[in-house]
Design a protein around this ligand. Structure first.
Ligand SMILES: Nc1nc2c(ncn2[C@@H]2O[C@H](COP(=O)(O)OP(=O)(O)OP(=O)(O)O)[C@@H](O)[C@H]2O)c(=O)[nH]1
Length: 333
């Protein structure tokens, strides 16, 4: 709902692989994102999430590489200004903006950006900060990942995702921890994004964006050290079984240091295989019926911590003759 003619902005954040894209996709499929602009930001050179969001909302803006929270805040400002210009030019009002942050984002600076930018503050307000927490990995993530704590610290709504994977005891234990870390937040349980925008934004006491809540937050641009995104491309189709063997070996040896694996892999069939792994768990790969675009390269992003990029490249090169394709690798901290 617009307030004082300002457009609401919902920030969807949450640790790597906690289910942000799945949630947004599900909202989109139930037509909860009509006339909604989506801004997607990913940590990694190869953006994949927007390809997986097939039934796209009104408009999708992509902010490539890095986190919305630090390096590219100007890009965020620019994306919002573009939205304003486009909606003015077409004389059509946007209902809402949804920002999907990278899994390593500290959402506080996003809020500051909207509050302080001389133009944006007159046109947008932060309606809700929605934080996804993976019910399966959540307890471990909260204990070990500083970014996760920063996200929970300013949550208005916490969506416990993947509740289908855990029992009631694990769920209740996690909820108790979250209640301590985010005492004001509404907690919503969901599997595969099953919820509604109404449930996410509605609060019993009509909780509105409270500027004071954010005043004590610092504009930190630090991520936990030594996190890097490694992007791998293959120009030729890959032998899927052998690639699976390489992946298993990587996770067996370095599972603790691999935070996220995401990719679209050309296995020589009509559509690609969508690859999705969170920490040491690889989800069942999905064989897509068709490619999301004209690019037929295999694209994979690994987000790793304390793991030497050179050793990943070395092992990929050793395996390349079994893959039937040569890897091209780039890495960014
Ligand atoms: N079983 C189960 N799997 C889920 C659920 N939600 C998401 N997943 C799976 O978890 C994996 C990661 O989900 P995403 O939605 O891509 O997570 P994300 O937070 O957008 O990931 P990043 O953008 O990398 O941070 C995918 O394989 C999803 O299919 C759920 O409720 N239950």
């Amino acid at each position: 709902m617009h307030i004082n003619n300002k457009t609401p902005v919902v920030v969807v954040t949450g640790f790597l692989g906690s289910g942000k894209t799945t949630l947004i996709k599900s909202l989109s499929e139930r037509n909860d994102l009509e006339r909604t602009a989506l801004i997607v930001n990913e940590f990694g050179d190869v953006s994949i999430d927007h390809h997986l969001l097939k039934s796209a909302p009104e408009q999708v803006a992509l902010i490539g590489g890095g986190c919305v929270c630090c390096q590219v805040r100007e890009d965020l400002v620019q994306s919002f200004r573009n939205l304003l210009n486009e909606s003015e030019a077409s004389n059509s009002q946007i209902n809402r903006v949804v920002i999907e942050t990278s899994g390593l984002a500290d959402p506080a600076p996003i809020v500051f950006t909207l509050l302080r930018d001389s133009v944006l503050q007159h046109h947008f307000f932060v309606e809700r900060i929605v934080v996804t927490v993976d019910a399966f990995n959540g307890l471990h993530t909260i204990k070990t990942q500083q970014e996760s704590l920063k996200q929970l610290a300013i949550a208005d709504t916490v969506v416990l995702t993947k509740v289908d994977l855990v029992g009631p005891f694990q769920l209740e234990t996690l909820e108790k921890s979250i209640e301590q870390l985010a005492p004001d937040a509404k907690i919503v349980r969901s599997s595969f994004g099953a919820t509604s925008m109404r449930e996410l934004i509605e609060e019993e006491n009509a909780l509105r964006f409270d500027k004071k809540k954010y005043d004590n937050l610092t504009l930190s641009s630090e991520h936990i050290s030594k996190t890097r995104a490694v992007s791998v491309l293959f120009n030729e189709p890959i032998n899927w079984s052998n690639f699976g063997v390489w992946m298993s070996m990587l996770l067996h040896a370095h599972g603790q240091d691999v935070l996220r694996i995401k990719g679209i892999i050309n296995v020589g069939t009509a559509g690609p295989v969508s690859l999705n792994g969170v920490q040491h768990i690889i989800y069942p790969p999905q064989h897509l019926k068709e490619w999301p675009d004209t690019n037929r390269e295999s694209r994979m992003t690994l987000i790793v911590r304390e793991l030497d990029t050179a050793s990943i490249l070395k092992s990929l090169n050793v395996f390349s003759r079994y893959f039937g394709a040569t890897p091209v690798l780039s890495s960014r901290e």
